[in-house]
Design a protein around this ligand. Structure first.
Ligand SMILES: Cc1cc2nc3c(=O)[nH]c(=O)nc-3n(C[C@H](O)[C@H](O)[C@H](O)COP(=O)(O)OP(=O)(O)OC[C@H]3O[C@@H](n4cnc5c(N)ncnc54)[C@H](O)[C@@H]3O)c2cc1C
Length: 565
């Protein structure tokens, strides 16, 4: 029997499954092919020790403003959210512990900053307080849930959708200079207290565009605002979010086949018409045909380097794919089972248990420390440094607010993230860091114990490590263990991501579309790539959703112009 569907989706990660839910809800026949035994991709939960639930990759919900929650009605399919009273904080090596609270408790942050920061220092994040609530959602949707404009259209930076929304909400406080700045320059300009600005910059680095990239202040700030707007996570971990999406897709009739690696996207006369799976795929018919389109929800590099094959591309395009850069975004991930939370500087009042920041940066001292780590991560060929001044960590503790994550009497610091150079550019080879795992883990734990002396001896029950190289083994889509897929700079953002000719999710192959975090808006489980791609598929007459669908108000159709946008 021939297997035929309107759409065949390669890869059942966050973006592939969300795309399936959107298309199936629109009445199309859809098949998702996933290599691993489980769908979800980076939205994974594991239990390395019975009762302790960790997220080896994605951990925070950044997608609170996503239209997908309403459009796909994920609450009907089991999605549950836990709001965190304190989302973020930081500690310095000279003894300060600052709890910045979060969306659900602003006062906490204000009191803590007022008690510790020097008089006159501004909390730079408050500059955008005016964007509280709906205006924040509007700003975020204009940045993340809007397809890039057509390549032939030369928009001025001030016309970009997020510049328009920010101008509307900030009024006279908006300055065109924001568009050229880096986030670091922005914080400097606001007279921000250095440790707070450094902490927010570290956080921004884990949320999107690097804070030091010129012209990326707003995208970088947007990443921070995504997590601040949501201020919480799915109950039980990120995989429960994936389950609600998968259940939604299945309920609308999508077919999902696991244990089935796609080896080839079949191209005939310049058109993608189906896919071929490996011999050991879990179905008897190894070829599946796509009547309308093949959607590649795996990374852009694999899509063109191995699934399509060079015979179908011109040499210049193939070279540009080879040149795509992975620098920035590779994370060394630790999970530490302990009996009590870190007490910074042995101070029992440094973060009370019931308002402990779910995520905190340590140490957050100076720009010097921040730039040393940046230099390590972005250098051409490096070995990760073990010196403490090159390290800073992001410690996440979901179980303070979500009691499903660890058994009574225990805590789990998970994940603890450290930004490191991508494995692909390690002078010792991609497995170089794996050979230093013990030393690197020891250095991170020693640094933590310097700040929080209780993080030693009996308090530490177990430690689990996931290096970027391990991430590639866990999930073949996590190239270089890079949470952002590819680089986070201006040349790989919005209409340049991953290449200008691919930015609208179409490809030089007819009937082949891209839907992975290597397309705009990049990493994170935002349901944004599928939402954005829906605009293009509708425009190409491939899908016709019902009354539940609404497009981005900033979307510019291919033949549109700024006036009709
Ligand atoms: C350490 C780390 C921390 C992160 N933290 C967060 C966070 O806190 N919050 C957040 O929202 N995001 C986070 N992310 C990013 C997030 O995980 C990704 O952006 C997201 O998973 C991307 O989804 P995707 O569907 O594009 O790709 P993936 O999740 O990688 O899914 C791709 C899928 O395709 C499958 N596949 C690959 N090749 C084939 C093939 N040939 N045939 C069939 N199937 C194939 C893979 O098995 C995988 O299931 C993090 C990522 C990492 C690595």
């Amino acid at each position: 029997m021939e297997e035929r569907f309107d759409f065949v989706i390669v890869g059942g990660g966050h973006n592939g499954t969300t795309m399936a839910a959107y298309l199936a809800k629109s009445g199309a026949s859809v098949c998702v092919l996933e290599s691993r035994p489980e769908c979800g991709g980076g939205q994974e939960n594991t239990e390395p020790k019975p009762g302790f639930r960790i997220d080896p990759h994605a951990t925070y919900l950044y997608g609170g403003a996503a239209p997908g929650f309403e459009q796909l009605e994920l609450h009907k399919y089991g999605f549950r959210f836990v709001p965190y009273r304190s989302m973020f904080g930081f500690a310095t090596s000279d003894g300060k512990a600052v709890n910045l609270g979060g969306r659900w408790d602003r006062q906490l942050g204000e009191q803590s900053v007022a008690a510790v920061a020097p008089p006159g220092a501004s909390n730079a994040m408050r500059a955008f307080e005016v964007l509280e609530g709906e205006p924040t959602a509007e700003f975020l949707r204009s940045m993340f849930w809007t397809p890039p404009h057509p390549a032939h259209m030369d928009l001025e930076p001030g016309d970009l959708p997020w510049a328009q929304t920010l101008r509307k909400h900030l009024g006279a406080a908006f300055s065109e200079t924001f568009l050229d700045m880096s986030l670091v320059e922005f914080f400097d300009g606001m007279g921000a207290w250095e440790p707070a600005a450094v902490a927010n910059s570290f956080a921004a680095w884990y949320c999107g565009a690097h804070p030091a990239w010129e012209g990326q202040a707003l995208p970088s700030l947007g990443g921070l605002m995504l997590v601040g707007y949501t201020s919480g996570s799915p109950r039980g971990g990120m995989h429960t979010y994936a389950h609600s999406i998968i259940r939604c897709a299945l309920a609308h009739g999508a077919r999902i086949i696991t244990n089935s690696t796609v080896e080839e996207i079949v191209v005939r006369n310049g058109r993608a018409v189906g896919v071929v799976m490996s011999d050991d795929a879990s179905v008897s018919e190894k070829t599946v045909w796509a009547d309308k389109a093949v959607i590649s929800a795996v990374d852009v590099t694999q899509t063109f380097q191995s699934l399509i094959g060079r015979g179908h591309m011109d040499a210049g395009f193939a070279q540009r794919i080879d040149d795509i850069n992975f620098k920035g975004g590779s994370l060394y991930v630790l999970s530490v089972v302990c009996r009590e939370l870190p007490r910074f500087h042995n101070d029992p009042n440094s973060f009370a248990d019931d308002v402990y920041p779910s995520c905190l940066v340590y140490p957050s001292d100076s720009w010097e420390n921040f730039f040393k780590q940046t230099e390590d991560v972005y250098s051409r060929k490096v070995v990760p440094k073990l010196e403490k001044e090159h390290l800073s960590m992001m410690i996440c503790t979901h179980d303070v607010y979500d009691t499903t994550r660890s058994p009574d009497g225990y805590r789990i610091l998970s994940p603890i993230y450290v930004q490191i150079p991508p494995t692909h550019y390690d002078v010792a080879g991609p497995d170089g860091l794996n050979r230093m795992k013990e030393d690197f883990t020891k250095a991170v734990l020693e640094l933590l114990a310097e700040g929080a002396p209780n993080m030693t001896g009996d308090n530490i029950v177990d430690v689990f490590v996931n290096t970027p190289y391990d991430s590639e083994f866990r999930n073949p889509g996590m190239i270089a263990g890079n949470w952002y897929g590819i680089r986070q700079s201006e040349d790989q953002w919005f209409m340049n991501r991953p290449l200008p000719e691919l930015a609208r999710y179409r490809t030089p192959i007819d009937g082949l579309y891209l839907c992975n975090h290597t397309s705009h808006p990049g990493g994170l489980c935002l349901m944004a790539v599928p939402y954005n791609l829906m605009h293009i598929l509708i425009e190409d007459d491939l899908v016709e959703p019902g009354g539940w669908w609404y497009p981005s108000p900033w979307y510019i159709p291919e033949n549109g112009n700024k006036a009709t946008a």
